[in-house]
Structures are given as C-alpha cells and as structure tokens.
Design a protein around this ligand. Structure first.
Ligand SMILES: [Zn+2]
Length: 240
C-alpha cells in the first residue's frame, strides 16, 4: 500500500495530462508520416510504370534496327546476285534470276515489317515522353505536398518536445515509487494511468467501484487502483 498526499495526487494528474498530450501529438505525427509515405508510394508506383515503358521501348528499338538490318542485307543479296548475272552460264542465270526475284518479293514484306516497328517505336516514344512529363509534374506536386506537411507539422513537433520536457520535469518531482507505478500502469493501458472516479464509476473502464473502495478513494490516504482496469483512481472532491 502506497500512501499518498493531496499534492502527489495533483502531480499524478499533471503527469497524466502531459502524458496524454504527448501521446496524442505522437499519434497525430505518426498519421502525418503515413500520409507522407503514401505520397511517396504513389511516386514510386508511377516511376515503376515509367521504367516498364522504357524497357518496352528498348525492345522495340532493337526490333526496329533488326528489321532495318534485314532490309539492308536483303538489298545486298539482290545487288550481289545482279552483279553475278554477267558471270554465270545460262542454267545458273535462270536460278540467279529466280533468287533475285524472290528476294525482291521478300523486300516488300521486310520493309513492311520495318515500317511497322518504326511506327510502334514512334508511338511508344510519344507515350514515354508524355509519361515523363507527367512524372515530372507529379514529382513536383508531391514534393510540395510533402514540404507542406512538414511545414505544418513542424509546430506539432516542437509542441511534442515541450510536452515531453514537461512530462520529464513533473516526473522528477514525484515520489519514485509513485512514478514507477504510474509508468507500469501507463504502459499496460496505452498511456492512461490516472483516471477520475465519479458516482462510484471508474472513468477509465466505466465499471462500478465497490462502495467501500469508493469511500477509501474519497478519503484519499493511499494509492488505489481500479479493481477492473487497474488504473490509478482519484476523486476530484478529495482534492479541494
Ligand atoms: Zn476502471
């Protein structure tokens, strides 16, 4: 059983106030960080799309230059065969002519293939350019939103430091045994260690306090915790 004075109860209440403020701001700032992270994730996602587009373009570029090369090789073959026409006998001449003819026919489909991939390449390049511009704009927009968030939360960060300091100062004035108990209960109950009891009801868990215990709380001679939620109880009238 820990004996307690009126001043100590008041200090506990002050400590609870500082603790609550600290936790509230911390909770708020966590939300702010989450908001910033979500913005960053949006940017990352966009960037990934952009990278995919770039690798698609690389593949198309390769297909395009391959097709171009095929056309040139085919032209070379036609040229070489045409030059050979003058040197061969009549039997080979006919074969060579057929070969030239086939290659000339092939030329058309090869060229079509080349033109098709060139078209695809241009479309993809246009798309990439557009997406790059959008990415640039989105980056600017998100960076400015993040800076805005930082600016707005700067005062909350300062306020948090003040409350932490305040909490520290109050804690130093408290009997170590009481402080230890406060910290234990606070840790167990999400930062709420001290609550009021009113009309035989604990304001921490809203359960009824046994009448005899209620009388003891009103007498305020030693530290009493709620039999249901374990929080430290006080009665406001016992402090006046
Ligand atoms: Zn309770």
């Amino acid at each position: 059983m820990i004996e307690i004075t009126k001043a100590e109860v008041n200090t506990l209440i002050q400590l609870q106030k500082a603790e609550t403020e600290t936790l509230e701001i911390e909770h708020y700032l966590k939300g702010v960080e989450k908001e910033k992270a979500l913005l960053e994730a949006r940017l990352t996602e966009f960037k990934e799309g952009l990278d995919r587009l770039k690798s698609e373009l690389e593949i198309i570029n390769k297909a395009c230059s391959d097709a171009d090369l095929e056309v040139k090789l085919n032209d070379d073959r036609i040229e070489k065969s045409s030059a050979n026409l003058k040197k061969v006998n009549s039997k080979d001449y006919a074969l060579l002519l057929r070969e030239i003819d086939n290659n000339k026919k092939r030329r058309e489909s090869l060229e079509n293939l080349y033109l098709k991939s060139l078209e695809e390449k241009e479309t993809k390049e246009g798309e990439l350019k557009e997406q790059e511009l959008m990415f640039e704009q989105l980056t600017q927009q998100i960076r400015s939103q993040q800076e805005d968030i930082d600016r707005k939360s700067q005062s909350d960060k300062e306020r948090l430091e003040e409350h932490k300091e305040q909490r520290q100062k109050i804690a130093l004035t408290l009997n170590p045994q009481l402080l230890r108990r406060f910290n234990e209960v606070s840790q167990m109950s999400g930062g709420v260690a001290v609550v009021e009891v009113n009309n035989e009801v604990c304001r921490g868990c809203f359960m009824n306090i046994p009448p005899q215990l209620y009388i003891e709380i009103r007498r305020r001679t030693y530290l009493i915790q709620c039999p249901h939620c374990n929080k430290i109880l006080y009665h406001i009238e016992s402090l006046s």
